[in-house]
Design a protein around this ligand. Structure first.
Ligand SMILES: Cc1ncc(COP(=O)(O)O)c(C=O)c1O
Length: 406
C-alpha cells in the first residue's frame, strides 16, 4: 500500500528504502562538504562517496574503479552511445578513413538509447541498425543481432530486461557470440552495452557473467535515489575507451564532471548494499506475489484476461505482469483512470497518458486491439496478498462499471 491506495507501478519508480533514507539524511548532515576539498570535512565526504562506489561495484561484481556516478540511467545511456561515436571519430581521424560508426540496438530499448541513437543517425553521425524483437518470444534473437555487426560497428546496445514486458533479453548469449566474432574477425573496437534499469535489485546482474563492456544503472528503480551509475570495463587501463560527455573540472576522475551529490550517492550505495545482502529474498518474494497476482487475475477474469508477456520458455523479471482485459471500454488508460483504490501505468510511465497501443507490445507480437487494453502491473518488495485482493476487487468493480457505459 502507498498511502490509502495499492501502488503497482514499481517499474516507474520505487520509494526510498528506510535504510536509504537514513543514509541520505546522515550523509547530508555529516558529509556536506565538497568532496574535492582536501581539508578533513572534504575527506569525509570523499570517503562517503568511495564507500558507496564500493557497494555499487559489489552489486554487479565489478571493480570499484570501473564505476562512475551520473545523474541517472538516461545520462549513463547517452554517455555510452556518444562516447563510442567519439571513439570511432578519433580512430577514423588517425587512420584517415571516413566510414561512419555503426550502432546496433533494438526496437525494445528505452528512449534514452533508441532516441539518442536515432538522433545521432538523423544528424548523419552514425549508421544505425534497429533489430526487431521476435514477436514469438518478446526478445531479440541473438543471430539477428550478431548478423547485423559489420566492420564499422562500434556498439551493440541491448537492454537487460524490458521495462514494460519484463522480458529478459539474451545479453549473455550476445556477448559470447560477440567474443567469438571479435576473435575470428579481429575486431578491436566493438563494444557491448546493456541497460540494467529494470534488473538491478530483481535478478543477478554480474559483469563477468554478462560479459559486457558498459552497464547503465538507475538508482530509483531499486529503492535508491534518483541518480545513476555507469560501469565501464577496466576503465583505468583504458581497455574500453570512454570519452566523457560532461566536461568541467574533472570530478569522477575526469569521466563525469560536476560537484558530486554526496547524499544521493551515499543513498545509492546503501540501496546497492541492500541488494547485495538480500537479492535472493527480494527475488523470491517478488516472484511469489507476481505469480499470485496472475493466478488471481485468471481466477477472477478467466478467458477475459490476456497476459501480454508470457512466452513459453522465456524468462521475465520477477515483479512484472503486463495484462489486458478483453472487452468494450477496457482500454488500459481508461481502466486505470477509473480505479479507486489502486495505481499502475499502461506501460512506460513516460507514456502513460497516451491512449495509443504501446510500441513495445506491438513489437512483442501483441495484437493492436489487445495492446490498447494493456496495463503494466509492477510489484514491489512490500506488495502483499492483501494488496492483490484490494486491486482485484477494485478492478472487478471498475470493469463492471465500464462495461455498462455506452
Ligand atoms: C529500461 C530503462 N532505461 C532507462 C530508464 C531511465 O532511467 P532514469 O530515470 O534513471 O533516467 C528507465 C526508466 O524508466 C528504464 O526503465
Amino acid at each position: 500500500m502507498s498511502g490509502s491506495k495499492v501502488y503497482l507501478d514499481y517499474n516507474s519508480t520505487t520509494p526510498l528504502a528506510p535504510e536509504v533514507f537514513s543514509t541520505i539524511t546522515e550523509a547530508l548532515q555529516r558529509c556536506w562538504a565538497n568532496p574535492s576539498s582536501s581539508h578533513e570535512e572534504g575527506v569525509l565526504a570523499r570517503q562517503c562517496i568511495e564507500k558507496a562506489r564500493g557497494h555499487v561495484a559489489a552489486m554487479i561484481g565489478a571493480k570499484d574503479s570501473d564505476i562512475i556516478f551520473t545523474s541517472g540511467c538516461t545520462e549513463s545511456n547517452n554517455a555510452v552511445l556518444r562516447s563510442c561515436v567519439r571513439h570511432h571519430q578519433h580512430l577514423s581521424k588517425e587512420e584517415g578513413t571516413t566510414m561512419l560508426p555503426h550502432i546496433v540496438t533494438s526496437n525494445l530499448e528505452h528512449g534514452s538509447v533508441l532516441r539518442t541513437a536515432q538522433e545521432l543517425a538523423d544528424n548523419g553521425e552514425i549508421e544505425l541498425t534497429v533489430i526487431k524483437a521476435n514477436p514469438r518470444c518478446g526478445h531479440v534473437l541473438v543471430d539477428d543481432v550478431i548478423g547485423a555487426i559489420k566492420q564499422n560497428t562500434v556498439l551493440v546496445s541491448i537492454m537487460h530486461a524490458n521495462n514494460e514486458t519484463g522480458v529478459i533479453q539474451p545479453v549473455k548469449e550476445i556477448s559470447l557470440q560477440m567474443a567469438r566474432l571479435i576473435k575470428e574477425q579481429k575486431y578491436t573496437d566493438l563494444f557491448l552495452h546493456t541497460d540494467t534499469a529494470q534488473t538491478c535489485g530483481k535478478i543477478p546482474v554480474n559483469v563477468s557473467e554478462l560479459g559486457v563492456d558498459f552497464i547503465s544503472i538507475a538508482g530509483h528503480k531499486f529503492y535508491g535515489p534518483r541518480i545513476g551509475a555507469l560501469y565501464i570495463r577496466d576503465l583505468e587501463s583504458k581497455t574500453v575507451p570512454f570519452y566523457p560527455m560532461i566536461i568541467g573540472v574533472g570530478q569522477e576522475r575526469g569521466y563525469r564532471s560536476g560537484t558530486e551529490d554526496t547524499g544521493y550517492i551515499a543513498g545509492m550505495g546503501k540501496a546497492a548494499e541492500l541488494v547485495c545482502n538480500n537479492l535472493d529474498t527480494y527475488h523470491k518474494q517478488l516472484k511469489e506475489i507476481r505469480d499470485y497476482l496472475e493466478q488471481q487475475l485468471t481466477e477472477h477474469f478467466g478467458d477475459d484476461v490476456h497476459f501480454n508477456a508470457r512466452f513459453d520458455g522465456v524468462e521475465r523479471i520477477p515483479n512484472t505482469s503486463n495484462v489486458s482485459l478483453i472487452g468494450k471500454n477496457l482500454e488500459g488508460w481508461n481502466v486505470l483512470k477509473n480505479l479507486k483504490h489502486s495505481m499502475a501505468s499502461t506501460g512506460s510511465a513516460c507514456h502513460s497518458k497516451t491512449a495509443k497501443a504501446s510500441q513495445t507490445l506491438l513489437c512483442s507480437g501483441v495484437p493492436e486491439d489487445i495492446a490498447r487494453n494493456a496495463m503494466r502491473l509492477s510489484l514491489g518488495r512490500n506488495t502483499t496478498k492483501e494488496d492483490v485482493h484490494i486491486f482485484i476487487a477494485d478492478l472487478r468493480e471498475t470493469v463492471k462499471a465500464l462495461k455498462l457505459v455506452n
